[in-house]
Design a protein around this ligand. Sequence first.
Ligand code: BG6
Length: 479
Amino acid sequence: MTKFPKGFLWGGATAANQLEGAYNEGGKGLSVPDALPGGTERFDITNQPDFNWEIDTKKYTYPNHDGIDYYHRFREDIALFAEMGFKAYRFSIAWSRIFPQGDELTPNEEGLAFYDKVIDECLKYNIEPVITISHYELPLNLVTTYGGWKNKKLIEFYARFSETVLNRYHAKVKYWMTFNEINSALHFPVMSQGLVASNGANDMQNVYQAWHNQFVAGAMAVKIGHELDPDLQIGCMILYATTYSYNSDPINQMATLEQNQEFNHFCGDVQVRGEYPTYTNRLMQKYGFKFSDLETTPEELALLKANPVDYIGFSYYMSATVDETHVAQDSAQGNLIGGVKNPYLKASDWGWQIDPTGLRIALNELYQRYQKPLFIVENGFGAKDEADEDKFVNDDYRIDYLRSHIEAMADAINDGVNLMGYTPWGCIDLVSASTGQMSKRYGFIYVDLNDEGQGTLNRFKKKSFSWYKEVIKTNGRKL
Ligand code: BG6
């Protein structure tokens, strides 16, 4: 079997808003996920035309408020990551801990000091911190006062935020990412762009304008980071769903090409190559506008060109299947993408279709396209774990999922792909982004907390904990 390279970054990934809790401690301001109700209907609620971001605790629960209380327990949690042998830990910085309203001129020192402690705790165990600057957690004020990322003012606010954190931590943190799953806005702009139906999410020109503003802001972060230290590695982060045609009908093949361009490749093409791809206008035409309708300047386009990312971070959970001709019977569910059911694949409890070969294809496609290092910064299996009376979870299904995806990674490395690392999602159980549930668990570590917010919050090692420890110890030889 192919060997994983020496220094391969085995680890795990989380995001501030989904585990920290302490939503109003340490000077933190409110963020978008603080105003998202828990439950499978969270996106339907935010897409009501009269949704106004008011937090109504009588009507809804808000699981992101308390998360899994990592803010107070991060030392215990990082010690468990170290026990598994993590070489890297991907986490995000809650923007609203550093700039509580998003538009202040000076940062909140208490927020910065919190991440000093988190980073130092990682370094104590020789774990490389991998930081996502913005992971689905815009300060709420940037949405309610400025209308989210469609407003160009956010470029300045993000530049100040990224400059603050890069300045503060660059001597200790080498690996960074600008925006989590930037392309997810195509289907769910609330999380990354702060756009809902009531402030323009249904007009795709707003989504594309917001993307442009994010591309410019991200390029500024790359520039700032490289000026501080040219060795910093600053990546983009894309939600990648390998996309198949349902059959050989050329209509479906063409629709697959278009979906690949718009969902899987558009954002990466701009962030990696530093320029808009040749198919840009065709994507926009279907929504009734063109590139020249966006607010862009020659200086911004030059900034993009001069500051491409160093590597491609991406999440991979499942593949998608396109059937433009409507011959397939069943639709599929998934990680912010739809499509139809692929008859050759099994699915998780939430309908996400399991496809390790799709990961090998993704790795080959991305590497051939960009020829820059790849980093799988999310992958994993959301499941309803049943803990026994000792709170032990026998999660063989998770081990099977991860094993098959690691095998696919090894195959892709054998295909010639340059893969830097692997940080499976939700290495400790945390609040789900799409459903706000605790019961959708990904972790190697079980957290005693249910969807109603009840539980001791104690941490317990699942069966996959010792399995993954062995995988890391043997650098992927023992699966
Ligand atoms: C990715 C996100 O889409 O998938 C994470 O970057 C998210 O924030 C993860 O948690 C899994 O999705 P979910 O909806 O099951 O939490």
